[in-house]
Unconditional design. Structure first.
Length: 101
């Protein structure tokens, strides 16, 4: 797992053709903002481990949550399954600060 600042995360997902963005927040939290093309995989659901097992090991996974805590746990679990992960430091809150209009 590599931790990325909001700026580095944004650059990476825009330039890496192999990038898959994973949102591990609950559906209720999505009201706080979204990252375009992000796939929601709520880490709190029992189905999360099974969904991780179905992911393509050839992709690079850019993971975020609300503030950066749950995404670290998600990345650690995903790495144990042989996936390459990148964590958004500060979560969607940092992303929203970076991308304010």
């Amino acid at each position: 797992m590599e931790n990325l600042s909001a700026n580095d995360f944004k650059t990476a997902i825009e330039t890496n053709d192999n990038a898959v963005v994973i949102d591990v927040r609950t559906p209720e939290e999505e009201a706080e903002g979204k990252i375009e093309k992000a796939i929601n995989m709520n880490i709190m659901e029992q189905s999360f481990p099974a969904k991780v097992m179905d992911l393509d090991k050839s992709k690079d996974y850019y993971v975020f949550c609300r503030s950066g805590g749950r995404s670290v746990s998600a990345c650690q679990f995903m790495e144990k399954q042989g996936l390459r992960t990148y964590n958004l430091l500060g979560g969607i809150q940092a992303w929203n600060t970076l991308n304010q209009v």
